[in-house]
Write a protein that binds this ligand. Structure first.
Ligand code: 13P
Length: 251
């Protein structure tokens, strides 16, 4: 059985006070969340420490949204995997399309970030996905397989076994336009079989999350797909009610 996961990527939103309110809003509703669903929140860096204190090492996991591709040193403005581990945090989102697009993150940088994260006991939530033009020109499987080949396929089986994958079609992020459940299932099954070529049966246990305008009204249909193991939620993770409603959408 694969772990069911609903992770909230807050992106660059909320003040510290709003972040605290959101964390408490989630904690107050935890009794509604099925026992077998793991919740993770990914606030901005400045919020990680107070969030860790509020979460008190309980059921809700804590993720950073990025980490540096160097261990330590003269890299002004960067935050290292070791620092994130020391918060303490358990997860780190890597390879989000916004980082690839706006901050020029390449497969090569992402591979070094993933290795650093793993060496600091952080579980990477590795994001992949195609842009609209690539889907429209039927290149989406090629794009996604290249993102997997250049990064995850270079990990040792032991390291790969720890990774969570998030398929986020870029055309669905923040657009209100969701992939259909058929499109999501087709791609998730493709990702799993592609990973199985390198990692064999380990790929059966890899949680593959869907991200891109996932909300309470469409989560159930997406999560009902056999290879969709949960969601990486942007906008709808900023409201505790909506985030919890999504976590309740597994059948
Ligand atoms: P939205 O849910 O706002 O489309 O964002 C998805 C996302 O990018 C999560 O990482």
């Amino acid at each position: 059985m694969r772990q069911k996961i609903v992770a909230g990527n807050w992106k660059m939103n909320t003040s510290i006070a709003q972040g605290k309110e959101l964390v408490h809003g989630i904690l107050d509703r935890m009794a509604e969340v099925p026992q077998d669903v793991k919740l993770i929140v990914a606030p901005p860096f400045t919020h990680l420490y107070p969030a860790a204190a509020a979460l008190e090492g309980g059921a809700v996991g804590l993720a950073a949204q990025n980490c540096a591709n160097h261990e330590s040193g003269a890299y002004t403005g960067e935050v290292s995997a070791a620092m994130i581990e020391s918060v303490p945090c358990q997860y780190v989102i890597l390879g989000h399309s916004e980082r690839r697009e706006y901050y020029g993150e390449t497969d090569e940088t992402l591979l070094s970030k993933i290795k650093l994260a793993l060496s600091h006991h952080l579980i990477p939530i590795f994001c992949i996905g195609e842009v609209l033009e690539e889907r429209e020109s039927n290149m989406h499987f090629q794009v996604v397989s290249s993102q997997l080949r250049e990064v995850l396929c270079n990990l040792s089986p032991d390291d790969f076994a720890k990774v969570i994958v998030a398929y986020e079609p870029v055309w669905a992020i923040g657009t209100g336009k969701t992939a259909t459940s058929e499109q999501a299932q087709e791609m998730h099954a493709f990702i799993r079989s592609f990973l199985a070529e390198t990692f064999r049966e380990l790929a059966e246990n890899t949680p593959i999350l869907y991200g891109g305008s996932c909300k309470p009204s469409n989560a159930a249909e997406l999560f009902a797909q056999p290879d969709v193991d949960g969601g990486l939620i942007g906008g709808a993770s900023l409201k505790a009610e909506d985030f919890i409603a999504i976590a309740k959408a597994f059948i």
